[in-house]
Design a protein around this ligand. Sequence first.
Ligand code: PEP
Length: 249
Amino acid sequence: MTNNMFFIANWKMFGDIKSVNSIKKVINFSKNKKYKKAQIIYCPPYTLISKLLRLVKNSKIKIGAQNCHYSQTPGPFTGSINTDLIKSCGAKYVIIGHSENRALGDTNNIINLKIKSALKKKLKVIFCIGETLKEKRKKKTNLILSSQIKYGLKNIKKNNNIIFAYEPVWSIGTGIIPKINNLEKQVSDIKKMINKVWKLKKPRIIYGGSVNSNNITELKKISSIKGFLVGGASQNSKNFIDIIKKTIN
Ligand code: PEP
């Protein structure tokens, strides 16, 4: 991976076969040399991955999945998709550890298995970490984040194929973002936590949680943040393009 700024669209369980065409605007936009530093990655629902891959074929936009099963081998896991299947359809990234999946039962241990499986298949990982509002109120943020990092990366050798996405759970889908000073300090703490496990000089840390075309002007001031994971605002091409334009100007 290079020194690009990442703009990762997490469509969650939204989008249908027709809405996929709306990304044609983003494909055209991505060809503008002015924005060559923007590394755009779309993570649609599994069912739309192939269609999106065909659309982005002659562009620099990459496609990722939103989750994966932990099993590295095929097996009796009805309704699940593992990294082998993701890789074989042509996607290059996978989101692992999203709080919406942690809430459904993904423990740090399961997340660790998923990351191992993804790296083995040479998929790049968007590794989400974040504290809940309750944890934040109890001043447990650093405790939670450091254990998510420590156990998520357990027995995984240092590598450059992981993007760390800091997503405070209380910010996702709420319209609330952290105060800029607090966020800057939190990213610096996260850097130290990663360093404790891996001694990575420059871990790629991105931010996610209610990013939109209004608050991006504030968020982009934090130079240690190397991109954004965008949920709701990524479903509208114009909004997503505005976020990229305002970040890189
Ligand atoms: C997300 O779910 O990863 C996310 C960042 O969502 P939103 O932008 O809608 O808060």
